[in-house]
Design a protein around this ligand. Structure first.
Ligand SMILES: Nc1ncnc2c1ncn2[C@@H]1O[C@H](COP(=O)(O)OP(=O)(O)OP(=O)(O)O)[C@@H](O)[C@H]1O
Length: 260
């Protein structure tokens, strides 16, 4: 890893109140600036718990262990860390236009004039390849498809110029084709742009097509972690093998090719 670390998890654990065993135990994980990391594992393995903990969004009653170090200074969710969830509806208010959503975020995090903020909002919709960004500013969430709503949610998540984007099952509710388009968009927006990505998924093939590194969770522990090609070619944990076996068509062409 050449770029400076964005964060370093050291012996990190987390216990939810009233739970017998911790949801996460002894996690050692670094993320470099601009790096794309896929966090994979079966349901309940702790992927969302870890993603939220990194963003500082764990429930207040939960008990963390160990630490998260931020060598470049602390990062705040919403400004330095953008979040995209499975259901884009959750981050969109049906009563507000897309423009109002974007202006709210831009005003919260910057000092732009209304005119400059509108121009920036339109540029953000263009960046996520939403058709007719100017008209979209006046439209409401229900006027868009699921995939388009997810593009809008991504525009909102990157509006403040975060250094880390966390996509938690952000493509799981979409059909395969739209899923591949959103993955391609996430890849274009991150990496070279200097924005790191944590992509949470059940799908090892999607992870392999997008991420520089793959981290595999099982029952709250990190059981395999390394460059995507290594994790796929020489899995070091039974859980990685199980995830590979669940995706039999990995030998077929990559779900996401090298699109422009
Ligand atoms: N707010 C919460 N309070 C109590 N327990 C929780 C809470 N959120 C998650 N858990 C528990 O923590 C464990 C890890 O859950 P988590 O949602 O992080 O897993 P996941 O790998 O993201 O699963 P999925 O793929 O199904 O979303 C599970 O046993 C879950 O029941």
């Amino acid at each position: 890893m050449t770029a400076a670390p964005l964060f370093q998890l050291r012996g990190f654990g987390l216990r939810y109140p009233g739970q017998g065993r911790p949801a996460l135990t002894g996690i050692e994980l670094d993320l470099a600036q601009g790096e794309r990391l896929a966090l994979i594992g079966p349901s309940g393995s702790g992927k969302s718990t870890l993603a939220r903990a990194i963003a500082g969004l764990s429930p207040p009653a939960s008990t963390p262990e160990g630490g998260i170090l931020w060598p470049g200074g602390p990062m705040r969710a919403g400004r330095d860390i953008g979040f995209v969830f499975q259901d884009p509806g959750g981050s969109l208010n049906p009563l507000l236009t897309i423009g109002a959503h974007l202006l709210e975020v831009l005003h919260r995090h910057g000092q732009l004039s209304r005119k400059a903020a509108l121009a920036r909002a339109e540029a953000l919709l263009d960046q996520v390849h939403l058709p007719d960004p100017c008209a979209a500013l006046q439209a409401y969430p229900h006027q868009f498809s699921g995939g388009q709503r997810q593009r809008i949610a991504i525009a909102l998540a990157i509006a403040a110029g975060p250094r880390l984007l966390i996509a938690d099952e952000a493509t799981s509710a979409l059909d395969t084709l739209v899923q591949a388009e959103i993955v391609a968009l996430l890849r274009d927006l991150t990496g070279a742009a200097g924005m790191a990505l944590i992509f949470v998924t059940h799908d090892i093939a999607l992870a392999a097509g997008l991420a520089d590194r793959i981290a595999v969770l099982e029952a709250g522990r990190l059981v395999d972690c390394g460059p995507a090609a290594r994790v796929i070619a020489t899995p070091q944990a039974a859980q990685t093998l199980a995830l590979l076996a669940a995706h039999l068509d990995l030998a077929s062409p990559r779900l996401v090719g090298d699109r422009p």
